[in-house]
Design a binder for this molecule. Structure first.
Ligand code: FES
Length: 107
């Protein structure tokens, strides 16, 4: 099963198994990763699942939909070029090792 690595604002990291087709937000909340809130459950209406994707993975991800891009304008932490909503990042075998930094704050 592919894994994802979440890097917390304090620099600590956690590696979790993420079933193919599962969102990073869902994997994070299931595994109790602090800092990923996911208030709306993935309906793209809260922006509390904000992450910064490590550079080597950015081009491997599908482009954000217009609705994700618009929602990224409402993140609590300033948006960066590698900002994504983790509820929209679905795991694939090719993304094994996907590494993201958790934005802080989320609210
Ligand atoms: S969980 Fe609400 S926008 Fe991602």
């Amino acid at each position: 099963m592919p894994t994802a690595i979440f890097i917390s604002p304090d620099g600590s990291s956690a590696e979790v198994d993420v079933p193919v087709g599962t969102s990073l937000m869902h994997a994070a909340t299931t595994h109790g990763i602090d800092g990923i809130v996911g208030d709306c459950g993935g309906a793209m209406s809260c922006a509390t699942c904000h992450v910064f994707v490590e550079e080597q993975f950015v081009a491997m991800l599908p482009e954000p939909a217009t609705s994700e891009t618009q929602m990224l304008d409402y993140t609590a932490a300033p948006r960066q070029p590698n900002s994504r909503l983790s509820c929209q990042l679905l795991m694939t075998d090719e993304l094994d090792g996907l590494t993201v930094r958790i934005a802080d704050p989320q609210l």
